[in-house]
Design a protein around this ligand. Structure first.
Ligand code: ARG
Length: 580
């Protein structure tokens, strides 16, 4: 189904061709030029013709008049007017009913899905926590932005591979093994799970570096012991390998709980450890190409010509580093998945790291270097110290979710005590509130969590939009109980038309969210849909309408809203519930 903008742009192109200019814009250019006027009185779409005056070598006013004529008779529009170099277009109500509304209902769960990704593969690297270190709110961004981007790409027809690149290798395991042998026991970890592991990890770090506040003296010998244990692990020591695997299993089991709450699954859990034996070949390639320089014993790639500090490949002792592993992983993924795009979602703090190793991949001569995309996001902070955990100043993701779920349970017990399946609903609403709040703003902006705002049922929040979805379900349930009289659909109220025009925008919002790697485009769009639906709901009688044609039209519009929200929610990791 072509969008309204595309239909109009196609016709405008014909009009432009008739003007006989040497170069002319194409349909996509015109789609991009069409704007939504701030005020509906100016029409539904506007073309600022000054944008064309250079290419067409004509005054904007002249262009507006000529194109106004060209649109004559186009089914999708009711009228076009040339006003001061603007072409103002009003969409035909009949088109909204005969094409938009029926198109949404016919497409159902596919409405809004593009096909731009057909035959293409995208690999997404996201969440990727560091095992045995806390899974904290800093990981919320990579986890939900990453999964949203995956859902968006899938929706547009891409084949997607979601990779959880676990931080499952490194000296932290040496530390953990020392701590476990010194203070831990099997029963203790079996009982306490990941919390105990993190506790041991914090203890050993304090012991190695000292902690003045807690009156702990630094003990460097423990640092040596940790390095020795890690070396044993690298050399394949059975006991240490078994401990390492066990620590990972325990951590994964815990992450899975959080992923389940978010409805997230991964296609691969190949973490950093998987690439150990894949790095030497890339290091050799760097050497062969003459890219490696020795600097104070370490091997680096000089990036000064590109305005960046050097990329570290090997430490003085020959051990590999974070960039080395990322390079090997990218090569492996290219061979394994033949991706057209590889997306990495991390905090903006890692932007330089990605810029550096992307450059190194380019210098190595891999022609797919420009298919690597880093998607950064801002920092997260939280109001109030209430959520602080015993690990000190970090807030664990699961504690944030727990707090939201508890608060929703409390509100629901007041508002709707008899609701069936309360616990499941409280979880979906609580977690959804956090996700929605998080994904409301542009990803790059820093965000401060205010729990009351995120959970406000009357604000622009997750609970509000989930409630609106449930409201459409309830209208549709009541509609089903009525006898299904056939009636010709027609628009009779302005709020019906306004809502349909918002629903018509869904496909272009999906494309924009993908093009900008920006799930918040969908979050904000969902708010637009909910605002338009609730206005329609309050101003127009739906089930109560006496005229069967009016009622049938309004029920159909409600169904279309239900389809759009139902398709949009999963794109931002939000669950749909028929009742709240
Ligand atoms: N484990 C890393 C961290 O928590 C994130 C990994 C991001 N992905 C990558 N390919 N480097 O900081």
């Amino acid at each position: 189904m072509k969008t309204i903008k595309q239909l109009i742009a196609t016709k405008l192109c014909e009009g432009i061709a008739a003007l006989g200019a040497p170069t002319t814009p194409d349909v996509a250019d015109l789609v991009a030029m069409l704007e939504y006027p701030p005020d509906e009185a100016m029409g539904d779409l506007a073309l600022p013709c000054f944008k064309l005056s250079r290419t067409l070598r004509r005054a904007p006013v002249q262009i507006a008049v000529a194109l106004c004529e060209a649109l004559n008779g186009l089914e999708v529009i009711e009228r076009a007017e040339a006003v001061n170099g603007y072409l103002n277009i009003t969409v035909a109500r009949s088109y909204l009913v005969d094409n938009v509304l029926s198109g949404i209902l016919a497409a159902g769960e596919h409405y809004g899905a593009g096909n731009e990704g057909q035959g293409k593969t995208v690999v997404l690297d996201y969440s990727s926590p560091n095992v045995a270190k806390p899974f904290h709110i800093g990981h919320l961004g990579t986890t939900v932005i990453g999964h949203s981007l995956k859902k968006l790409h899938e929706f547009a027809g891409y084949k997607c591979v979601g990779i959880n690149y676990l931080g499952d290798w490194g000296t932290q395991f040496g530390k953990l093994i020392v701590a476990y042998k010194k203070w831990g026991s099997r029963e203790m970890i079996e009982e306490g799970g990941i919390d105990k592991l993190v506790e041991l990890y914090v203890m050993i770090n304090n012991a190695i570096s000292g902690n003045e506040e807690k009156g702990i003296q630094a003990d460097p010998a423990l640092g040596d012991a940790a390095r020795a244990e890690f070396r044993k692990l690298e050399e394949g020591d059975e006991e240490n390998l078994a401990l390492w695997r066990w620590f990972i299993d325990i951590s994964l089991a815990e992450y899975e709980k959080t992923y389940k709450q978010l409805g997230i699954t991964f296609d691969s859990y190949k973490g950093e450890s998987f690439y150990t034996d894949k790095m030497p070949a890339e290091v050799q390639k760097l050497r062969d190409k003459g890219l490696l320089k020795i600097d104070d014993g370490a091997s680096i790639v000089d990036l000064q010509p590109y305005g960046m500090p050097p990329c570290l490949i090997l430490k003085r002792d020959g051990s590999t580093l974070y960039p080395t592993r990322d390079i090997a992983a990218a090569v492996y993924r290219k061979n394994e998945y033949k991706f057209d795009k590889a997306i990495y979602v991390t905090s903006a703090g890692q932007s330089l790291h990605f810029a550096q190793w992307f450059k190194v991949v380019e210098l190595m001569g891999y022609d797919w270097h420009d298919q690597l995309v880093h998607v950064p996001y801002g920092t997260v902070s939280i109001n109030g110290a209430k959520l602080a955990t015993r690990t000190g100043n970090v807030v664990l993701l699961k504690d944030l979710f727990r707090a939201a779920i508890d608060e929703v349970s409390r509100i629901m017990a007041e508002k709707n005590p008899d609701l069936a399946g309360k616990e499941e609903i409280a979880e979906a609403v609580g977690v959804g509130a956090i996700v929605f709040y998080y994904l409301s703003g542009s990803r790059i902006k820093d965000i401060n969590f205010v729990m009351e705002d995120a959970l406000n049922f009357d604000g622009n929040t997750g609970p509000y939009v989930q409630y609106t979805y449930a409201r459409t379900c309830s209208v549709l349930r009541r509609a089903e109980a009525l006898d299904g009289q056939q009636a010709a659909l027609a628009i009779t109220a302005p709020d019906e038309a306004t809502l349909l025009k918002v629903l018509a925008k869904f496909p272009e919002k999906v494309s924009a969210a993908i093009a900008e790697y920006e799930p918040s485009v969908i979050t904000r769009y969902i708010l637009d849909v909910c605002a338009a639906f609730n206005r329609f709901y309050h101003n127009c009688q739906i089930i109560g309408a006496t005229d069967p044609a009016v009622r049938a039209t309004r029920v159909a519009i409600t169904r279309a809203t239900n389809v759009v929200l139902g398709n949009a929610f999963p794109l931002i990791c939000l669950k749909t519930m028929e009742q709240i």
